[in-house]
Design a protein around this ligand. Structure first.
Ligand SMILES: *[C@@H]1O[C@H](CO)[C@@H](O)[C@H](O)[C@H]1NC(C)=O
Ligand SMILES: *[C@@H]1O[C@H](CO)[C@@H](O)[C@H](O)[C@H]1NC(C)=O
Length: 203
């Protein structure tokens, strides 16, 4: 899925504008519950600036991360396997959160499909240092909860999201996301910018 397509499903989303000379790594994930006992569909697209480099779809044979940009073909198998493991874990985490939200919104008695989306990533300046990171969720197309720019606190969009905020505060989730932004996301962005420099750093 193209990010713009996914974004159309969002509410009043504050998009990360890319500043001149800066670069961003963004992941757009969508989980959709289905009728019956099946696993939710889970799709993630990974983008450097506006270029898609990878995709994960739990409906694909093999359930592995697939590379989408020729330059990303130089990513090592070991790194790809790690991303695949990570995406499979994410799929399970989204599944559990979808179930929770269905309960919290009193939707347990209807069989409708529900959608949970996340946009997350990091942005670096021209010198490669971290400018900011983000993580935002939407449920059924409306803003749900977002990590604030301080990467320490959450903004819930409604009373159900306040419950999630309390749970995540108790779990110290902001700290984990912050570590992820400052470590994994940053490392990946530098790596991908190096691999794709012919294409990505041309302005
Ligand atoms: C769900 O139902 C409970 C009990 O009736 C109610 O207190 C709660 O506000 C409802 N939640 C939503 C999101 O409507
Ligand atoms: C949900 O699906 C089950 C099994 O398919 C069906 O028996 C039930 O009536 C459905 N409930 C609603 C509210 O549509």
């Amino acid at each position: 899925m193209h990010p713009m397509l996914l974004l159309l499903l969002w509410g009043s989303l504050t998009l990360m504008e890319t500043w001149a000379g800066s670069h961003s790594l963004m992941y757009f994930s969508t989980a959709m519950s289905r009728h019956g006992p099946g696993e939710p569909r889970f799709i993630t697209g990974g983008y450097v600036d506006n270029t898609q480099f990878g995709r994960f779809d739990n409906d694909s044979p093999g359930q592995s991360v697939e590379l989408r940009a020729p330059w990303a073909g130089q990513v090592r198998q070991k790194e790809l396997d790690e991303e695949t493991r990570n995406q499979r874990n994410q799929a399970q985490w989204f599944k559990a959160l979808l179930q929770d939200l269905r309960g919290l919104y009193n939707q347990s008695n209807n069989n409708g499909s529900h959608t949970l989306q996340r946009m997350c990533g990091c942005e670096v300046g021209p010198d490669g240092s971290l400018l900011r990171g983000c993580e935002q969720f939407a449920y059924d197309g409306a803003d749900y909860i977002a990590l604030n720019w301080d990467l320490r606190s959450w903004t819930p969009a409604d009373t159900v999201a306040q419950i999630t905020r309390r749970q995540w505060e108790a779990l110290g989730r902001a700290e984990r996301v912050r570590n992820c932004v400052q470590d994994r996301c940053l490392t990946w962005l530098h790596r991908l910018l190096e691999l794709g420099k012919e294409v990505l750093q041309r302005t």
